[in-house]
Design a protein around this ligand. Structure first.
Ligand SMILES: *Cc1c(COP(=O)(O)O)cnc(C)c1O
Length: 421
């Protein structure tokens, strides 16, 4: 029996309504930008396996570092112990984070990095004797699937059964360059009438909202408002971090820096699940006390796993190499050229790009998981390109190592797909 047939017996897949979509595909191998399935077909991984495998799959430099680490120290409790890979990673990461970031707290996936960020914001005020119970977040935001993360996610279309259990959250629109006054007025109204602990946001690009992009100046004004009102700002850089936007972090584009930053996905170069929530010295200091209960009593068994840290260190080294930086510039410029060309197609409503993230909206309204979405997805796969359209949005977020020929194939396949919609 094939892997995909055996899969049906015991496996329950994420984000899947198995009654409507019982079929899965078995991937047996991945190398650089290609995925290989059990039938011997190959696919360009045009979304870097959810924006994680940014240096290509099974990258020899990274896997050799990880292999070395595996023989030295595989895993150890991080409460009470420390180790070189975690310490080194903290040192290397702080060098490229906005310079107000001082401390790093380890978690094991993007959602838990958000839980930790939310806890930091709530407990910060609590420890200072000012109990605050409400958070602010953007409309259409996505921050993960654990309860705190779901609460702050505005996109919670499928969260019906859980909504009664959510943290109290007030929503503001994303800044589009013209609505700053409206947003600031709304912020003032919200803060006047609630006890706001923190503002959590995906800076500049909202991934799950179909790569919705917003205005840096408008975001900066929101952040300034939060600082003035002692609202802890938590940047969710789980998707935007590590070079995607053309800078190391999307937060680099705003003058006002976040108090807390959440990172995962490309952090470990697609090899191991891990996350980091970083913060300022001021946040950290609020947890220092003779009272043990004022500490941050949060932990995951695999926090700061040494192997995951070694993957992250190798990834950081590559990210800062001339080779990857040149590749990022090359992809940005290729996307720009493609954007200019495809914009004129009458099936295309609009295009947008931030760094290596490129998206286009079709001139058709489409359900997020409707039939046409699956038709498009199948068309891409039949043509050897792995893309996951979100509603009427087709987006590219390929590894930095993607070749020009592979990029051209992705572009051509998208253009051909416009014929079938
Ligand atoms: C993927 C993602 C998360 C959740 O991360 P997981 O590792 O899937 O839990 C949170 N925020 C953003 C912006 C993401 O893209």
């Amino acid at each position: 029996m094939s892997i995909k047939q055996r899969d049906k017996k015991h496996i329950w897949h994420p984000l899947t309504q198995h009654k409507l979509h019982p079929e899965t595909m078995a991937i047996v191998k991945a190398k650089d930008c290609l995925l290989y399935n059990e039938d011997g077909n190959e696919y360009i991984d045009a979304i870097a396996s959810w924006y994680s495998s940014m240096y290509g799959h099974c990258n020899d430099f990274i896997t050799s570092r990880v292999y070395k680490q595996m023989q030295q120290l595989d895993h150890v409790v991080f409460a009470g112990f420390t180790h070189e890979p975690a310490v080194k990673l903290s040192e290397e990461l702080i060098k490229i984070l906005p310079n107000n970031q001082e401390k790093v707290f380890f978690g094991d996936n993007g959602s838990t990095s958000i839980e930790i960020g939310i806890k930091m914001a709530l407990q910060y005020h609590f420890n200072l004797g000012d109990k605050r119970n409400t958070l602010i977040a953007f409309e259409d935001s996505f921050h993960g699937d654990t309860f705190g993360a779901m609460s702050v996610s505005g996109l919670s279309v499928y969260n019906g059964p859980f909504e009664d259990f959510f943290i109290d959250v007030k929503r503001i629109p994303t800044p589009n360059g013209e609505n700053n006054e409206t947003i600031l007025a709304k912020l003032k109204d919200i803060t006047d009438n609630n006890k706001i602990a923190g503002f959590i946001y995906e800076p500049l690009v909202q991934g799950a909202a179909a790569m919705k992009m917003h205005n840096a100046d408008g975001l900066n004004q929101i952040l300034k408002f939060c600082k003035t009102n002692n609202i802890i700002t938590v940047a969710d850089e789980v998707m935007t971090g590590f070079g995607k936007t053309g800078s190391f972090f999307a937060s680099d584009f705003m003058e006002t820096k976040p108090d807390v930053m959440c990172m995962s996905k490309a952090l470990t170069a697609g090899l191991m699940p891990m996350s980091i929530t970083s913060c300022t010295q001021d946040i950290y200091n609020a947890f220092l006390s003779d009272d043990i209960g004022k500490g941050l009593f949060h932990c995951h068994t695999y926090s700061a796993n040494p192997i995951a840290c070694s993957a992250a260190l190798a990834g950081l080294e590559l990210l800062q190499s001339q080779d990857i930086q040149d590749n990022i510039k090359r992809i940005i410029s290729k996307h720009k050229t493609f954007g200019k060309h495809i914009k004129t197609n009458k099936k295309v409503k609009s295009i947008r790009q931030k760094g290596i993230i490129f998206a286009l909206d079709l001139n058709i309204e489409m359900e997020r998981y409707g039939d046409l979405r699956y038709k498009l997805f199948n068309f891409f796969m039949e043509n050897g390109v792995f893309l996951r359209p979100l509603g009427e949005t087709i987006y590219i977020q390929a590894p930095y190592t993607i070749s020009n020929a592979q990029l051209n194939k992705i572009y051509k396949t998208i253009e051909d797909a416009l014929e079938i919609v």
